[in-house]
Design a protein around this ligand. Sequence first.
Ligand SMILES: Nc1ncnc2c1ncn2[C@@H]1O[C@H](COP(=O)(O)OP(=O)(O)OP(=O)(O)O)[C@@H](O)[C@H]1O
Length: 251
Amino acid sequence: MTSENVIETDGLTKEFKGFRAVNNVRLKVRRGTIHALIGPNGAGKTTCFNLITKFLQPTTGRILYNGRDITASRPHEIARMGLVRSFQISAVFPHLSVLENVRVALQRTLGTAYHFWKPERSVEVLDDRAMDLLEQVGVQSYAKLPAVELPYGRKRALEIATTLALDPEMLLLDEPMAGMGREDIKRISDLIQRVAKDRTVLMVEHNLSVVADLSDRITVLARGEILAEGSYAEVSKDPAVVEAYMGTGHG
Ligand SMILES: Nc1ncnc2c1ncn2[C@@H]1O[C@H](COP(=O)(O)OP(=O)(O)OP(=O)(O)O)[C@@H](O)[C@H]1O
């Protein structure tokens, strides 16, 4: 393990009733990069992502985060260490306002001790910080709106704001562009690029043009194994990658 890598997996394997969905994966995610996990349908991307975010326990293998073995850790434990998954656990409270959603996320990071300290003034401080985060993701004009009324792309931006409230060192994004139109894709891409300036990002994403635009490094999985790794220009030229995508009619 070198400090160059935030995440390293070694021999990562997940079997479902004898079927190897992820097979002996040795993944390295370099600090400060946007790293994408791609591959044809059924390649094992989601399983791999769920292993790293600790939603699933590996059958064998190890996962290191900043050199620390997190193989047996729980999702909330790694979140506290700065490894935060967005879009699935950062559920938005639909009937709270956009601002309140971010305030709740900020309060969570402060713990209970905070409540004993000048409650009124601290709510203001929190609201200032929450507004900062809303501005960062471009939804400040929706601050008072119930989250449920946000347009879809803006809701995803809010989810990123609630994730940023936890001040993660590394963001794990599960298909950030799923279900989005072109305009939202552009907006969320810009946002990911901005928040990745001082963070590491690992994402599973099906939209290859987004992957090409955003990623510093790409790991291509096929049948549970790493098929290729490198920049988009490198992996997209790789004959094995082309064949794997063609074989599924995905390319
Ligand atoms: N809980 C499970 N039980 C049994 N098999 C599973 C389970 N989860 C995934 N699999 C199988 O493991 C393989 C990899 O699935 P996974 O969802 O990780 O692939 P993926 O690359 O994310 O695919 P997609 O692009 O279609 O989302 C598939 O064959 C899938 O059917």
